[in-house]
Design a protein around this ligand. Structure first.
Ligand SMILES: O=c1[nH]c(=O)c2ncn([C@@H]3O[C@H](COP(=O)(O)OP(=O)(O)OP(=O)(O)O)[C@@H](O)[C@H]3O)c2[nH]1
Ligand SMILES: [Mg+2]
Length: 202
């Protein structure tokens, strides 16, 4: 079976990628599946910078082609925060529950119509023999006033999708794949996938 290595330690992202790659019959591996503790410090100020940093660092360490994902939530009423700091918004321990509480507290007085937001995802592909490339996607929504649903990860329980009349955490993995920022970015990368996959070089 063909496989891709996603340079992430985030188990929620890993599940998203498993659902996204399933239709291609591609097995997803992440940093959780390989020896050693690789954790790249994210010193960039944009999703692009951090995605490239993670992809190139891990590709250099492992000597193979990898895909990295840098993503996050931009809330208009908070001037785009938490943005690139989404994972560590309430602290370096990266607690999804504490991050949601912080956002809900900050938006407590913000009316529904001003709670517009979007998820952004930038995928970077890097490795031997290829020029690093990035692909981006976004997904618009509204920050709900309370948690709803248990699927997904991160801010999914408070990310309300007006067209679906549900939060992202109420969608099945397949439904999330079809509309998510990650799915949008991956669909741009799709045509180049064969040359990036392990086992495809003849
Ligand atoms: O509800 C959500 N649904 C999503 O689909 C989603 N995608 C991103 N996010 C948030 O943005 C951070 C990424 O930060 P991030 O790209 O630095 O990743 P990370 O540090 O968690 O793992 P790694 O990939 O760097 O190892 C995550 O932790 C989440 O808080 C999401 N939240
Ligand atoms: Mg990170």
């Amino acid at each position: 079976m063909k496989e891709v290595l996603i340079a992430t330690n985030n188990k929620g992202k890993a599940k998203d990628f498993e659902a996204l790659f399933k239709p291609f019959g591609v097995q997803v591996l992440t940093l959780n599946d390989i020896e050693g503790n690789i954790d790249v410090e994210e010193t960039g100020t944009t999703f692009e910078e951090n995605a490239i940093l993670k992809a190139e660092t891990v590709a250099n360490l492992l000597g193979k082609i990898v895909i990295a994902d840098d993503s996050g939530l931009e809330i208009d009423a908070l001037d785009g925060a938490p943005g690139v700091y989404s994972a560590r918004y309430a602290g370096l321990e990266k607690n999804d529950d504490a991050n949601i509480d912080k956002v809900l507290g900050e938006l407590a007085k913000t009316p529904e119509e001003a709670r517009t937001a979007r998820f952004r995802c930038v995928l970077a592909v890097a490795g031997p023999g290829i020029a690093t490339e990035t692909f981006s996607g976004s997904c618009e929504g509204i920050i709900h006033s309370q948690r709803q649903g248990t699927n997904g990860f991160g801010y999914d329980p408070i990310f309300y999708l007006p067209e679906q009349k549900r939060t992202m955490a109420e969608l099945s993995p397949e439904e999330k794949s079809a509309i998510s920022h990650r799915g949008a970015a991956l669909s741009k990368l799709k045509s180049k996938l064969p040359q990036y996959m392990e086992g495809d070089q003849k």
